[in-house]
Write a protein that binds this ligand. Structure first.
Ligand code: TK8
Length: 342
């Protein structure tokens, strides 16, 4: 190959390295090349999710000796969950960590994790999410330009509202409940008798403040740390859905990372998963106690909770074909086996 062509190819490689999104070219051989990761989330910087991102950042920056540099953004500064996932696909942002619900429009099978009352315990959720089933779901994200690293935890979701104490589905009738942008969530609240509205998380507080919606549903830590008691007087421990988060990175960016940095990122993701779950569970427990001082918190009796479970049971039949009969059967079988043996 003649010298002119080689020069052209080398120049092209340097141009790509210099201007590829997320990469800072520090000159010299590739081992001195630094990689900039911009990570955005929707929750604020008091959340367990943001503290877990800081933990992850410290691990990858220290273990890569600064070859990876992370910049963190919170409170939907970079957009809502859907917009940030699209930015990963376009290579305009490197990492985000949405709930599984807004992922379902990208990969329909993810709706399986939002089936109401699917996970009877934290341990059952961890068992399924960290199994080959969870890994197969993370791998499906590669088909839409995203590398799913690990599952973190959003947590069990509970209803809050500004209108009245809710003890049975009858109390929810006609209530304008904000849901995540996912048809399963909408159908689940319709089955409970509510009048649901899909909305990005970043718009929720002002919508509650202006009484555009009556209520919403999120884990206790989010309810407290996002100051929802300022605009919501009532809470009910429905625990109707266990929400996982997915820590994810743009597939194109991931593929450009050298193998040693990929390992540092993946190892840090796995360590941060343990950190995140422990912190999130502690926060949800602690902040429920704080919420009792500032809201009317209804604790459902087993009979009252059963009424909510009965109301949403049709969702399983309705969504079996959406998530896939085989996947639904595998998930429920794994949960049943785990609960029988633990
Ligand atoms: C934050 C959201 C939030 C979720 C929601 O970006 O939208 O209600 O529970 O945690 O992902």
């Amino acid at each position: 190959m003649n010298r002119r062509i080689i020069r052209t190819l080398v120049a092209l490689c340097i141009m790509v390295a210099l201007f590829a999104p997320g990469t800072v070219f520090a000159g010299g051989a590739s081992e001195t090349q630094t990689y900039r990761i911009t990570a955005g989330i929707g929750l604020n910087d008091r959340s367990a999710q943001y503290e877990s991102l800081e933990f992850f950042k410290e691990l990858v920056e220290s273990r890569s000796n600064g070859r990876i540099q992370m910049e963190l953004f919170h409170s939907s500064q970079l957009g809502d969950d859907r917009e940030m996932m699209e930015a990963l696909q376009r290579g305009e942002q490197e990492m985000t960590c949405p709930s599984t619900a807004p992922i379902a429009p990208f990969v329909p099978e993810f709706a399986v994790f939002d089936l109401p009352f699917l996970f009877p315990s934290y341990e059952a959720a961890d068992h399924v999410l960290d199994s080959h089933i969870g890994q197969s779901m993370l791998d499906k994200l590669s088909d839409v330009g995203i590398k799913g690293l690990v599952f973190w935890e959003n947590g069990y979701r509970h209803l809050t509202n500004s209108a009245r104490a809710v003890r049975t589905p009858a109390d929810v009738r006609g209530m304008r409940v904000r849901t995540m942008e996912n048809p399963l969530h909408l159908d689940a609240w319709r089955a409970m008798g509510a009048n649901p509205t899909p909305m990005a998380f970043g718009e929720l507080f002002s919508a509650m403040q202006q009484r555009v919606v009556d209520g919403q549903e999120n884990p206790w830590g989010t309810i407290y740390l996002q100051n929802f008691p300022e605009v919501q007087g009532y809470a009910t421990d429905t625990g109707h859905i266990y929400s996982p988060f997915v820590l994810m990175i743009g597939k194109g960016y991931w593929d450009r990372l050298p193998a040693d940095l990929q390992k540092i990122v993946m190892d840090a993701a796995i360590e941060s998963r343990t950190f995140n779950r422990e912190l999130n569970r502690r926060y949800n427990e602690e902040y429920l106690e704080q919420l009792r001082d500032v809201m009317t918190v209804v604790e459902l009796t087993p009979q009252q909770r059963q009424q909510f479970q009965d109301a949403v049971q049709p969702i399983y039949r309705q969504y079996a074909s959406v998530v896939g009969e085989e996947l639904l059967r595998s998930v429920t079988a794994m949960i049943d086996e785990f609960m029988a043996n633990n």
